[in-house]
Design a binder for this molecule. Sequence first.
Ligand SMILES: *Cc1c(COP(=O)(O)O)cnc(C)c1O
Length: 398
Amino acid sequence: MTRALHPDTLAVREAVERSQYGENSEALYLTSGYVQPSAEASARRFAGDEDGFTYGRYGNPTVASFERRLAAMEGAEACMSTASGMSAILMMCLGLLKAGDHVICSQSMFGSTIKLIGSDLAKFGVESSFVSQTDVSAWQAAVKPNTRLLFAETPTNPLTEVCDIQALANIAHNAGALLAVDNCFATPVLQKPMRFGADIVMHSGTKYLDGQGRVMAGALCASQQLVTEKFLPVLKSGGMTLAPFNAWVVLKGLETLDIRMRAQTEKAHALAGWLQDHPAVARVYYPGLSSHPQHELAMKQQSGLGGAVLSFDVKASDADQARQRAFHVLDSLQVLSLSTNLGDTKTLCAHPASTSHGRLTEGQRQAAGIGQGLVRVAVGLEHFDDVTADLDRGLSSF
Ligand SMILES: *Cc1c(COP(=O)(O)O)cnc(C)c1O
């Protein structure tokens, strides 16, 4: 489909061709194999000289529709999907790196990303440095002759720290390296990292792309060359293939991504303001507030929108009381969900210090700014008054 169309049109229209039955909604193709028209055509397809599906691990029409749609929305030439967000990062690393190569990441990345790159890949000789999310000079100082990849996530979980994509792209390109951005929190509705020079955009489709907490999925958007030469070979031998059913669910999720993100962002912004004024709240972390340290940069990169995730610290005299009070807020919820996931139409609340960041030492947590009184809220679509009433039940009864 022509790229001259607007993103909201591509979000509901871009897909592989309809079948001979003329279905309006994209078909779900559940098949692990494909019948070949001739031995010659089969040979050409396996050699990559002709388009055509050969085996379910390598490709599927429903999966291809999801990939084409997401690539169109990110403004990328191509996309390769995977079974989860983490397997997308694994595919990226296996495709781009070898023993002796060096990766620079933000120290505020998603916890499993830090574990995968910092420990699992270290076993195979991949070096890594973890630097401050917001200090551009720290990224520059970490560059070595063997640096091949810079990997950032913006905004981050749970403190919504924002990094300067354009500045990191310049550092990467001057070093002959690539910049990858985990665009899970902002989604292409708010932020298209390629516009700021990113080479690869990584997604956990499990979050906002599905948007209703149903299936796992992941993806890498990049140039056709990177997808064909670096990622497809890993998919073929590594087998982190996205299941057609999951691809179909996320494909349909993309059709409402724009209106969901805008509605959830609007509610999150209102909630951030309400929390900031609450006497029991010490601090709110939300890029849409002018009190956020990278507010201006966030507004520039994120289409003027703060996103749907925020965190706040409850007021307390020490860490024990902070934890007790945060737990009290969470245990007082009657409508919102106590859940560490995010990107759902249902508002999800979590205590990062005892869950996503529970394996860190108290010292590491403090360095990361994750206190015992921190509560993260991934705002859904419930009515604002019901959300504030549910949070206020605990906040006003310490
Ligand atoms: C959830 C998440 C991931 C991992 O995705 P999965 O689909 O759970 O494997 C990576 N990055 C961020 C920012 C996430 O929130």
